[in-house]
Design a protein around this ligand. Structure first.
Ligand SMILES: [Zn+2]
Length: 266
C-alpha cells in the first residue's frame, strides 16, 4: 500500500518511528510531505520543513517519496523548486497557506507543477466565523484553477474540502459535519467533472466524510475509485479499518490504497 499523507517529524514521532510503523502495517511507499509558510515563520510558529523530508528520503529512499513545500511569496521560490527537481523530489505539498486557492502567488505552484508533472496536495479550511482560521479557501475558487491548469494534478484534503462532500455545506458551519450527506455536494461534482482532481482521505476530515453516512461513503468510494487516495496524516489506523469495513470490491480497494498513487507518482 501507499500512504499519501505523512509528515516525518510530527505527532511526537521521528523518522525511524514512522519507518517501523509503516513496515508493521504493510505500507511500502509513503509520500513525505512538508509544510512551509512564510506567514507562520514571521509569527514564530512551527513549520514542517522540506529539509526534514529530504533527510527521511535520503535515509529510506525505498520507502519515502519526497514532496517539497515552498511558500510562493519567497524570492527564492524558483531556485528552490529547481533544486528539489534535481534532488529527485516527486511532488509538492502540502500547500496550507493563509491565501485564497486562486491567489496569484499560489498559482506559481500550479504552473510549475504542471510543467514537471508533480501533483499538488493542498489543505483547505473554510472561514466559519469572522476571525476564524482558514486556509486555501474556498472550493468555489478552485474550479477556475482546474480549468486554467489542466496539466496539473490537484489533490484536496482537509475539513474545508471534505465538508463539500455534502450539498448543505454552506448551511452547516462546522469543521466536521455529521449525519447524512445531502445530494448536490460540490466535491463529488468537481471530482466527476475534472480528471485532474483527486482527493486524499487522510486525517479526521477524510475519515469523517466517508463515515458520517456509511452507505453514501461506500458508494462514493466505488463511484470515484480512480480519484481517491489512501493516506493517514497521523499514526492511527482508522482509515484502513474504515476501507476494510466497507467490504469493497478488491479492485476498488487496490486502486484507493495503491494503484492511483502509483499512477500519479510512478
Ligand atoms: Zn498534513
Amino acid at each position: 500500500m501507499t500512504d499519501v499523507h505523512c509528515h516525518v517529524r510530527w505527532q511526537e514521532w521521528d523518522i525511524e518511528d514512522w519507518v517501523a510503523h509503516f513496515t508493521a502495517l504493510g505500507v511500502d511507499r509513503v509520500w513525505a510531505l512538508a509544510w512551509e509558510s512564510w506567514w507562520r515563520r514571521m509569527r514564530g510558529e512551527y513549520e514542517l520543513p522540506t529539509g526534514d523530508v529530504e533527510e527521511a528520503a535520503a535515509a529510506h529512499p525505498e520507502l519515502f517519496v519526497p514532496f517539497c513545500c515552498i511558500d510562493p511569496r519567497e524570492a527564492d521560490f524558483d531556485a528552490r523548486f529547481d533544486y528539489y527537481i534535481e534532488q529527485g523530489f516527486r511532488g509538492f505539498g502540502e500547500v496550507k497557506l493563509r491565501l485564497r486557492v486562486d491567489n496569484d502567488d499560489v498559482q506559481r505552484i500550479y504552473a510549475r507543477c504542471g510543467e514537471v508533472g508533480w501533483p499538488v496536495l493542498f489543505h483547505m479550511d473554510r472561514c466559519l466565523q469572522p476571525g476564524g482560521q482558514w486556509y486555501m479557501a474556498n472550493v468555489e475558487r478552485l474550479e477556475p484553477m482546474l480549468r486554467k491548469y489542466p496539466d496539473t494534478v490537484f489533490i484536496g484534503h482537509g475539513p474545508g474540502w471534505w465538508a463539500e462532500i455534502s450539498g448543505d455545506a454552506d448551511e452547516v458551519k462546522t469543521a466536521y459535519p455529521s449525519g447524512p450527506v445531502a445530494d448536490g455536494g460540490r466535491l463529488p461534482r468537481l471530482l466527476h467533472e475534472y480528471d485532474n482532481l483527486y482527493a486524499d482521505i487522510s486525517a479526521g476530515s477524510g475519515h469523517n466524510a466517508l463515515s458520517r453516512d456509511l452507505d453514501f461513503g461506500r458508494q462514493f468510494v466505488i463511484d470515484l475509485q480512480d480519484r481517491l487516495l489512501y493516506g493517514t496524516d497521523n499514526h492511527d489506523t482508522q482509515h484502513i479499518e474504515l476501507l476494510r469495513a466497507m467490504d469493497l470490491p478488491t479492485e476498488v480497494f487496490e486502486k484507493v490504497t495503491e494503484r492511483n498513487a502509483r499512477r500519479l507518482v510512478p
